[in-house]
Design a protein around this ligand. Structure first.
Ligand SMILES: Cc1cc2nc3c(=O)[nH]c(=O)nc-3n(C[C@H](O)[C@H](O)[C@H](O)COP(=O)(O)OP(=O)(O)OC[C@H]3O[C@@H](n4cnc5c(N)ncnc54)[C@H](O)[C@@H]3O)c2cc1C
Length: 536
């Protein structure tokens, strides 16, 4: 039986990591949404009793024990959380397989084809949009977990490409590459647990995508096993030979097959990799500075701009009262107002000379928009905690609050209005139920033509999981509509899964959706691959 080692069975991350929330942040929460409504967790034992008998014929590669079936029945979306903490998960895969080589994956696809078995590939289980939801299907469902299919197959420093088995996770990739002086440079916040294959098929974006590229740029080739056969993608530096098959695989959310091998572009580890804190006196100044900087071709590695409300929560979460006090005093001396300030984190990575030059150029723009640099300490703290923020989901839930995120991308002319409208509809969303919510946003992936908007929202748990789910559904719907009405994308980086399914056609159009459906059904005519996701 697979052991979960020391990861949480009903939350995020390692059991040994717990992040407490400073008193000031707790006060802010109570003042804005009210005291948390602490709910009792549903016990694992009861869950395991709920898993029904498997419908799968026995196979030496397939485990049908309730424990594994429960662990592979969900991802990390808020509905998933409500399910595993509240006891409302009611669909489980009929079995789980842990293939260790390509022959075993082929054998499992063959078995599924011959026995009409639905397949859900499982990478790291970090999907936040319901990619792993078990469909209500007459056919048995098999979860193929790729965690043991995780080796490095090839590494070539001369061409700067490396090939991995798709189940490999972020830290393992860096453990292979770093001693050789290289990095993949893909650092989503879920880095500790998400897999290379998962990143590609959900079009993931990492924190330093400005330097290394998102997975769209890093993925250069590989192999997909579909129910109809194999697709090999050559890792060419470029090609004008018709549409690029890579782009069909990226974002396919397992609807085309199992991505088995992934060839990626790798980069030398930079000599310098620094992140600086910058404050702007208003959102308007900050946004204009960022827009201009993005049009200037300055080689920055990351840029994250928090709006005033997120700046306030970040400072209260930092919990370092004395430092915050000094910072406020300093900003006041520099003529900043008491409220409305925005914090930006701006990173540089490369040679010392290049970093110095980029920093000089950037400083000109920061000054032009009345920004103030506050040194590297905030950047250092961010780097140290960059994968720890998601652990707050555990803490908040224990305190009686649910937290979720929404993300989109729009052109520069619509960034402010879309961000404000998303927050506005969220803030009003639960008024008829007499509940308040707290929403704040940042931009973390910026482009010359526009930016993503990443909004976090927080509300109180209700007295039953069903009512908490209803609160989430109201908020998700109203915010998703605000995104679609602004002609933004329904997802900049998390994908479609089931949660964004009602909104994808607004972006792709009728014919576009038909095209995607036809491509998927060509390689998977029986709809064995992850049905219900991406295209329904
Ligand atoms: C706390 C947290 C922070 C996050 N931060 C980010 C972020 O910064 N950037 C970002 O882009 N995303 C982020 N995400 C979302 C999530 O991590 C990504 O969508 C990630 O790419 C999913 O990878 P995974 O390996 O966990 O895939 P899973 O969740 O296991 O699966 C996701 C989908 O991919 C399919 N799949 C997985 N592996 C394969 C394969 N080899 N072949 C075919 N299909 C496959 C699954 O069937 C499923 O449809 C975050 C999620 C959480 C919970």
């Amino acid at each position: 039986m697979e052991k979960r080692k020391n990861t949480r069975w009903n939350g995020w991350g390692y059991e040994s990591v717990y992040i407490d929330i400073p008193c000031k942040a707790k006060e802010l929460l109570t003042d804005t949404v009210g005291p948390g409504k602490i709910q009792k967790d549903y016990p694992l034992k009861e869950y395991l009793n709920k898993v029904p008998p498997s419908r799968l014929a026995s196979h030496p590669l397939i485990i049908t024990a309730p424990r594994e079936r429960f662990f592979h029945a969900h991802g990390q979306s808020l509905p998933d959380w409500i399910g595993f903490r509240g006891g409302t998960l009611d669909r489980f895969p009929d079995g789980v397989a842990f293939p260790e080589n390509i022959e075993q994956i082929q054998e499992l696809i063959h078995y599924a084809n011959n026995n009409q078995v639905v397949i859900i590939p499982y990478g790291g289980g970090t999907s936040v949009v319901g990619h792993l939801k078990v469909p209500d299907d007459k056919r048995p469902v098999l979860s193929i977990c790729l965690k043991r299919f995780n080796r490095m197959i090839a590494f070539d420093p001369y061409t700067r490409i490396a090939t991995f088995e798709a189940g490999i996770k972020g830290p393992e990739i860096e453990r292979h590459l770093n001693p050789k002086g290289f990095t993949l440079g893909h650092f989503p916040q879920s880095f500790e647990f998400s897999s290379l294959g998962g990143w590609v098929v959900t079009r993931s974006s990492g924190q330093q995508a400005l330097k290394y590229g998102s997975i769209n740029e890093l993925f250069v080739g590989g192999q997909v096993l579909t129910p109809k056969g194999k697709i090999d993608i050559l890792p060419l530096p470029a090609s004008a030979a018709g549409p690029d098959i890579k782009h069909l695989v990226m974002g396919s959310e397992a609807r085309m097959g199992i991505l088995t091998h992934v060839t990626v572009k790798v980069s030398p580890i930079p000599h310098k990799d620094d992140v600086y804190g910058v404050f702007f006196p208003s959102w308007e100044n900050a946004l204009e500075a960022v827009r201009v900087i993005m049009g200037e071709d300055i080689p920055i590695s990351m840029l994250r701009l928090s709006n005033p409300r997120e700046t306030q929560i970040n400072l209260s979460l930092a919990g370092r009262n004395r430092l915050s006090w000094i910072l406020n005093k300093y900003l006041k001396i520099r003529g900043f107002p008491d409220s409305g300030n925005c914090m930006a984190l701006i990173g540089f990575a490369g040679s010392s000379r290049m970093v110095l030059q980029a920093f000089k150029e950037l400083s000109i723009h920061i000054r032009k928009f009345k920004g103030v640099r506050v040194g590297k300490s905030m950047g250092k703290a961010w780097k140290k905690n960059r994968f720890r923020a998601p652990y707050l989901r555990n803490t908040l839930w224990d305190l009686g609050y649910a937290i979720d995120t929404l993300e989109t991308a729009v052109n520069w002319d619509k960034v402010t209005s879309t961000m404000k409208n998303i927050e506005k509809v969220l803030h009003q969303g639960l008024t008829p139920l007499g509940e308040k919510i707290y929403a704040f946003s940042h931009l973390s992936h910026v482009y010359p033509t526009g930016s993503n908007i990443y909004t976090t929202f927080l509300f109180r748990l209700a007295d039953t999981p069903e009512k908490t789910l209803l609160r989430w559904k109201i908020l998700k719907k109203t915010a998703s509509r605000a995104i679609i009405n602004a002609r933004g994308t329904i997802s900049h980086q998390h994908g479609i899964g089931v949660d964004h399914l009602p909104y994808i056609s607004a972006e792709k159009g009728k014919l576009g959706m038909e095209l995607i459906r036809t491509l998927c059904s060509h390689v998977d005519p029986e709809k064995l691959m992850n049905p219900g996701k991406l295209i329904g």
